[in-house]
Design a protein around this ligand. Structure first.
Ligand SMILES: [Fe+2]
Ligand SMILES: [Fe+2]
Length: 293
């Protein structure tokens, strides 16, 4: 009885979002301690990582515009999640990380909060057809999964590095608090993606695979300079040396859903290629050569 299964999924998801909002209110600036014992060393090692993360988190406002363009008539649960839970959490992550980098003497991040690409506008126009909006929704969940899983892994590594440097205040009150909120975002997209994939028809699935293949990008990397910045972040956090593991973790459920018939495929090739491109662009730019020896 697909109807019962669908409504049970929907109920579970609604409860999940409510619990996330209740258990994880946005982090207040007052709860954060910006004490850094070795600001120069900390800035030298992690300053560019903080800048990247702050920018991506602050771009949540553009992401909301993108979502409302891509999904002109979203299910209420999606709207509730992105408007009431997700955006208020992410914007605080961005504001806190940005304040930390400014405390370290760096310039604030330069997020792009309002430009929407032409491709997305076209998608948005087509999404007025309900069957096409489901394709867009699936792409949104897949992007969300890869993005949030990347955030979980990156914050875990940043937290570890911050502890290693003895910067307890930053580790505990900043990175520690932020990293606890990311797994819930990932779980929301994963539950949504699994439920929706089961409802898509053959042509919709075909379209999702095609569009995913041509549009995948690492989190926050929208042009060559940002891809190179991401390559530097990968190097500092040790992801560049373990890129295939990272790729596997950010695309595990996507591979399971979209590419189940391709047995033996560990990672979709477009994910591996995009990460390799980021590292290659960072090396070629030689902006931080010590990272890419
Ligand atoms: Fe975040
Ligand atoms: Fe997140």
């Amino acid at each position: 009885m697909p109807d019962t299964a669908t409504s049970a999924d929907a109920l579970r998801l609604a409860e999940y979002v409510d619990r996330m909002g209740h258990d994880h209110p946005p982090i207040s600036l007052d709860s954060v301690d910006f004490t850094v014992h070795q600001p120069r060393e900390f800035e030298r090692r992690f300053g560019h990582v903080l800048d990247y993360m702050a920018r991506v988190e602050l771009e949540v406002d553009r992401n909301v515009l993108e979502i409302t363009t891509m999904l002109p008539d979203p299910p209420e649960i999606d709207r509730h999640f992105y408007a009431d839970v997700w955006q208020p959490q992410e914007i605080q992550h961005g504001l806190i990380l940005d304040k930390l980098q400014v405390e370290l003497g760096r310039s604030p991040a330069a997020p792009d909060t309002d430009s929407i690409g032409a491709k997305l506008r076209i998608l948005g126009t087509m999404a007025h057809l309900p069957s096409f909006q489901d394709v867009c929704r699936m792409l949104y969940y897949l992007t969300g999964m890869a993005t949030e899983r990347s955030a979980v892994l990156a914050y875990n590594l940043l937290h570890k590095g911050t502890v290693e440097m003895g910067e307890e205040a930053v580790a505990t009150t900043i990175i520690g608090q932020i990293k606890r909120q990311e797994p819930g975002h990932y779980a929301f997209y994963q539950l949504s993606a699994r439920a929706l994939w089961g409802e898509l028809s053959g042509w919709q699935r075909w379209m999702v695979r095609l569009m995913r293949r041509i549009s995948f990008a690492p989190v926050g990397a929208n042009d060559a300079a940002q891809k190179a910045d991401f390559g530097d972040v990968m190097a500092t956090l040790g992801i560049a040396d373990a890129a295939s593991d990272f790729a596997e973790q950010i695309s595990r459920v996507e591979r399971e859903l979209l590419w189940a018939r391709h047995r033996g495929l560990r990672v979709p090739d477009y994910v591996t290629d995009a990460l390799r491109e980021a590292v290659d662009l960072a090396k070629a730019r030689a902006h931080r050569p010590h990272l890419h020896r």
